[in-house]
Design a protein around this ligand. Structure first.
Ligand SMILES: *Cc1c(COP(=O)(O)O)cnc(C)c1O
Length: 373
């Protein structure tokens, strides 16, 4: 079945006891057992919960994977994947990375003896593993410079290392990392999967039984699980993922083209623009170019942020409403300034999460804010 059909039907049959078309939210921590060890497949909601299980079924189905796991946040999912490693192991990651992922790597896991190297996301050869490399961590498109890494090319040279793709910016609808050779896909479902800026969550998918079992063990042992209500909200959101991603991509393309011709804009980062260095790879591995556009402002940042009205100044992304973020003081403030600047994240960089409002209204708003900047 095609993606939209799976988004709407996977993991969702009418409730057998009442016929409810939308399965109820199982707000329960524990489950009755008939005799010790005899139950209907659920014992305790840290281990498993029917609402979460339905969400996990859809997540796996949308990624073309065998298994899905839902987490309390994207960072909880990332942290659980890192627990697959042992002291002395080495990780290669792109140098344009979600700030919170960098913080987990450097300020949590380095302390436990894991070594990290950061390389140019555009340069496939830099991701070549050494004998110590156990994980290759890709984020594509990257945050906040919207760089593109060729997933298939990196997967071809992975040797014994596992390839993890943070697919948060593209979502399952625009990019299918497992089919391109990745072993694990990780999401902040807070972003496009959730899509309405009302829930924090994370997800992991894989087609490996062994990886799934290990992650499921760690998830149950440590406990970073989402509530039944959050699981239900996410499941509800996934049913419109394909519609939203088409609309985000249409609007972002128009916004990027508008920005490119504006005198107050120095540089526009969007893979849908022909001059973008990752344009051809993105065209190959993504269905559309997504909803994230970054640009360098040639003007007053304060005046711009005071004038802009439809784009809310806030962290996060991927919701139906448009947001603008200043990475160097917000999402990427946890990266030391010299490293951040060396990686290309300048102080005048703004990142737009282009929502699904009317695109003419969005462009009119940007136009007036830029003229005031
Ligand atoms: C937000 C984000 C995360 C972290 O997810 P949380 O749900 O905030 O914990 C990880 N990766 C990317 C690319 C993100 O944008």
């Amino acid at each position: 079945m095609k993606f939209p059909t799976r988004a709407i039907h996977a993991g969702q049959d009418p409730d057998p006891s009442t016929g409810a078309v939308i399965p109820p939210i199982y707000m329960t921590s524990t489950f009755a057992q008939e005799t010790p060890g005899v139950h209907k497949g659920f014992e305790y909601s840290r281990t498993d919960n029917p609402t979460r299980q339905k969400l996990e079924t859809v997540l796996a189905s949308l990624d073309g994977g065998q298994h899905g796991l839902a987490f309390a946040s994207g960072n909880a999912a990332t942290d659980t994947i890192l627990k697959l490693l042992s002291p002395g192991d080495h990780v290669i990651a792109g140098n344009d990375l979600y700030g919170g992922t960098y913080r987990i790597f450097e300020n949590v896991w380095r302390h436990w003896g894991i070594d990290f190297t950061y390389v140019d996301p555009n340069n496939t050869a830099d991701f070549k593993p050494t004998d110590k490399t156990k994980l290759i961590w890709l984020e594509t498109p990257t945050n906040p410079l919207i760089k593109i890494t060729d997933i298939e090319a990196v997967a071809k040279q992975k040797g014994d290392a596992l390839v993890v793709v943070d697919n948060t910016f593209a979502s399952s609808y625009l990019q299918q990392p497992l089919a391109l050779g990745a072993d694990i896909v990780v999401y902040s479902s807070t972003k496009y999967l959730g899509g309405h800026s009302d829930v924090v969550g994370g997800a992991v998918t894989t087609s490996s039984d062994e990886i799934h079992e290990r992650l499921k063990f760690l998830q149950n042992a440590v406990g970073p699980v989402p509530s039944p209500f959050d699981s239900w909200l996410l499941h509800r959101s996934l049913k419109t993922l394909h519609l939203r991603m088409e609309a985000h991509s249409n609007n972002a393309q128009a916004v990027a083209e508008f920005l490119q011709g504006n005198a107050k804009v120095d540089h526009v980062y969007y893979p849908g623009l022909a001059h973008h260095p990752g344009h051809d790879v993105a065209k190959n591995q993504m269905k559309r170019f997504g909803g994230m556009v970054s640009f360098e402002l040639n003007g007053s940042l304060n005046a711009f942020s005071k004038s802009i009205s439809l784009f809310t100044l806030a962290e996060s992304l991927g919701g139906i409403e448009s947001l603008v973020c200043h990475p160097s003081s917000m999402t990427h403030a946890s990266i030391p300034r010299d490293i951040r600047i060396a990686n290309g994240v300048k102080d005048n960089l703004l990142r737009l999460s282009v929502g699904v409002e009317d695109v003419d209204d969005l462009i009119t708003d940007l136009e007036q804010a830029l003229s005031n900047a």
